[in-house]
Ligand binder design. Sequence first.
Ligand code: NDP
Length: 279
Amino acid sequence: MDCYALIGHPVEHSHSPFIHAEFARQTRQALSYRAMLAPLDGFPNAVRMFRAAGGRGANVTVPFKLEAYSLATCLTERAKLAGAVNTLTFTDEAIVGDNTDGIGLVRDLAINLSCPLAARHVLLLGAGGAARGVLFPLLQTRPASLMLANRSIGRARELHAAFAPHVGQTAFAAGGFQDIGGRKFDAVINATSASLANESIPLPDSVFAPDALAYDMMYGAGDTPFMAWARKTGAARIQDGLGMLVEQAAESFALWRGMRPDSAPVLSMLRGKQQASHR
Ligand code: NDP
């Protein structure tokens, strides 16, 4: 049986083993997928041992996405641009590093939420690993404008410089939260970790255009502080990042197995579990 794993620290609450088990059942693939806790100073060793024991591939999560980038002997174009790796594929000769987070977000927006970004005005909050991973796929959807706003303005400007060659016709700007001013956006995507710390982001109340989507990459039992704020401020649609999680997993599965699973029933099962735990 082909073996896959999620390697991270922590990993015990991850939905990924459930998601990949459902994908395998659905596509009748004989494979195993487990969560593997690696010591904080032991990621390369954990990967080597898993590969030596016959592992065929791995997802990588916090805090190892940059180490996975360095460990890969071969990188896809989107992983190079992201500067981080969340999917490793082991071949006889190589450790191939890819990043499926960005395509996961774009597919969740376009397919699950029927919210394509072409010709729309998009605000992306954050300039950490998640923001970096989704920037290129977001620009590829050809929004009319994309503004990147981050607490530390210098990090937003660094990303702006790195991605400026890939903007095409999109008006691309970067700055701090105070630079948002009175602009309105069709989609506001929270790629900061503020919600993890139960913190709010200082955004103007006027940021949402009519019918705008507020999207938090974080997911959990209830509203995040960003989602609660968006609800109060009048965003038409409010969504967490569970769909992104399932879609990035589907993309990894497709890379490994050469077939794309149907993500919709798996997302709906997870939504059911989420609602049950919220009650
Ligand atoms: P990083 O640590 O790399 O980056 C954190 C970012 O959040 C930085 O831009 C930081 O700003 C900003 N930030 C942190 N605290 C605050 C605050 N209180 N107010 C405003 N900004 C803040 O984290 P990641 O980029 O890896 O992850 C970000 C989020 O995305 C997490 O919640 C993670 O769970 C989620 N995620 C979800 C995925 C999914 O599949 N749904 C996939 C990947 C990530 P500064 O630069 O100023 O420090």
